[in-house]
Design a protein around this ligand. Structure first.
Ligand code: GLU
Length: 301
């Protein structure tokens, strides 16, 4: 019998962390993801990555919603808040623990920085593996004593089990009919990354991967700075049996000094532009045409 399949319904998303107001680069990225979904007759969704209790602020959530609405962006369905999905993260962590792929890490940042042997990977310093060799007894003793700990993945072991992996990439800017190409994932370069933080119930890598799957995201559009993270996300998908979306990484916006725009230097917040009386329709049209204010440009690919 011939099985007829519905054409896949495209779902894209924007997933800001509410640690500040959105800047021009966020607005541009969100518009690109929204347009991509609309051009395909698909859906665009919004997720707030608010599990970092020390940096996330409710007023920034309200600000993000206000900024996106001002730009004219509309999302489908309810906003997904990571802070409401902790049980799902926990369940995934338990599965990975049962697979003996995670270990508790008691190191402080200072311990790691002090380790002369720490090599550098695409995501920064690679964890030197200090706690990987602790005995089961020592781990249990320290956990029982209430020692603060993160949970790291034993990357070599996980990669050995998962085998060679690739993720599908579409080039940005995408052209109609472009075909996704496989990119070999190299999660080993990142070392034993954290999947559950000391100060948060999950890490970005775990929560983002689980949420994209739960939200039915088929296409992830995000900045080039998260390319290396995609290798890790692909591995987590393989370990947990999750579908792998197609990834589109775009260049980041940089200022006149060549440095990427960041919330911390207060660079061109959408809220400031609004306060200055900017016309959002015009701004959205300029962003779509990659016409940025003086001094701001796309980083060289
Ligand atoms: N929350 C992340 C950020 O604001 C984005 C994560 C993603 O798009 O995968 O940088």
């Amino acid at each position: 019998m011939i099985q007829l399949h519905e054409p896949q319904h495209m779902v894209t998303r924007f997933a800001p962390s509410p640690t500040g107001r959105l800047h021009l680069g966020h607005g541009w990225s969100a518009l690109m993801a929204w347009d991509m979904a609309r051009a395909a007759g698909g859906a665009f969704r919004l997720r707030i990555e608010d599990i970092d209790g020390t940096r996330s602020r409710p007023e920034h959530v309200a600000g993000i919603v206000e900024d996106l609405r001002w730009l004219g962006i509309e999302w489908e369905g309810e906003i997904v808040f990571q802070s409401q999905r902790l049980a799902q993260y926990d369940a995934a962590l338990e599965r990975l623990k049962a697979m003996a792929l995670l270990y508790p890490c008691f190191c402080t940042r200072a311990d790691i920085a002090a380790s002369a042997s720490a090599p550098h990977g695409p995501e920064g310093a690679v964890y030197p593996g200090t706690c990987r060799g602790l005995s089961a007894g020592e781990r249990a003793r320290r956990i029982a004593a209430g020692d603060a700990h993160a949970w790291r993945i034993d990357m070599a072991r996980a990669v050995a089990g998962a085998g060679g992996l690739a993720w599908e990439a579409l080039a940005f800017p995408f052209t109609a009919g472009a075909r996704a190409k496989p990119v070999a994932a190299r999660p080993l370069l990142a070392g034993d990354v954290v999947l559950a933080r000391k100060d948060a119930p999950a890490s970005y890598h775990l929560s983002c991967t689980l949420d994209d799957a739960a939200m039915g995201v088929t296409h992830v559009l995000r900045g080039d700075d998260l390319r290396a993270a995609t290798d890790i996300h692909r591995l987590v998908q393989a370990l947990l049996g999750l579908p792998s979306p197609i990834y589109v990484h775009h260049q980041l916006l940089v200022g006149a000094d060549g440095r990427r725009l960041a919330k911390r230097d207060g660079s061109i917040a959408l809220a400031d532009l609004r306060a200055q009386g900017a016309d959002p329709l015009r701004l959205a049209a300029d962003l779509r045409a990659a016409r940025f204010p003086i001094g701001i440009s796309l980083a060289k690919a």
